[in-house]
Design a protein around this ligand. Structure first.
Ligand SMILES: [Zn+2]
Length: 208
């Protein structure tokens, strides 16, 4: 059954189900404790406000052992990405359908440099996971069968992910996060530690 993702939070839940049994963190990516973690629920039930004031649908968990925060992206090949997950999944879907890089770049709504970076990161992860690189089946300007709808990814409201693509993503998520880091160019941008995402008073996240 293909999975239709309506929004970014849906995309997070989708990855959580692919990475963790039952969609619940099996162990903490920071301390490896298996004490469990709880989801930090924004009090408005919609999303957090990031440091830039934008609303974020990132789903953040807190470890019961070390109390540090993490998301499904921690210690995976997607760790530190600034690209939203719906866009990532659209790129993976397009690639699996054999869509030419130029077409992916065209409809991703991202800058060419960002698309090159995404595709390079994806290619490294695919090799590390032992996944065969998808065969290119389309040429520039041609609609490709099986690919997602030919609309810009940016601002998309939903994405349908086929089962075989989901299995690809599952294999990629199972990789230790360090394996894809070789693709980073120059000095990696310093990521803001997840524990600083916002004042904890904003969350109904239990005792602090
Ligand atoms: Zn922990």
């Amino acid at each position: 059954m293909p999975t239709t993702l309506a929004d970014e939070a849906d995309a997070y839940r989708f990855l959580e189900r692919l990475r963790w049994p039952g969609g619940v963190p099996a162990d903490c990516p920071h301390c490896a404790a298996r004490d469990g973690a709880w989801l930090l629920t924004p009090v408005d039930g919609v999303g957090r406000t990031t440091s830039t004031g934008a609303r974020s649908a990132r789903r953040i968990w807190r470890c019961r052992g070390c109390r540090r925060q993490f998301s499904v992206l921690n210690a995976t090949f997607l760790q530190g990405t600034r690209t939203d997950l719906l866009t990532w999944l659209a790129v993976v879907t397009d690639r699996a359908a054999g869509t030419a890089d130029a077409i992916i770049a065209d409809r991703s709504g991202l800058t060419p440099a960002t698309v090159r970076h995404l595709l390079a990161r994806l290619a490294v992860a695919e090799r590390a996971a032992g996944l065969a690189p998808p065969a290119a089946r389309s040429v520039a300007g041609e609609r490709c069968p099986g690919a997602v709808e030919a609309q810009p990814v940016a601002g998309r409201v939903s994405l349908t992910v086929a089962d075989d693509v989901a299995e690809r993503v599952r294999a990629l998520l199972a990789l230790p996060g360090g394996k894809a880091r070789a693709v980073r160019h120059g000095t990696p941008a310093r990521r803001r530690p997840l524990r600083q995402v916002g004042p904890s008073a904003e969350y109904g996240d239990g005792p602090d």
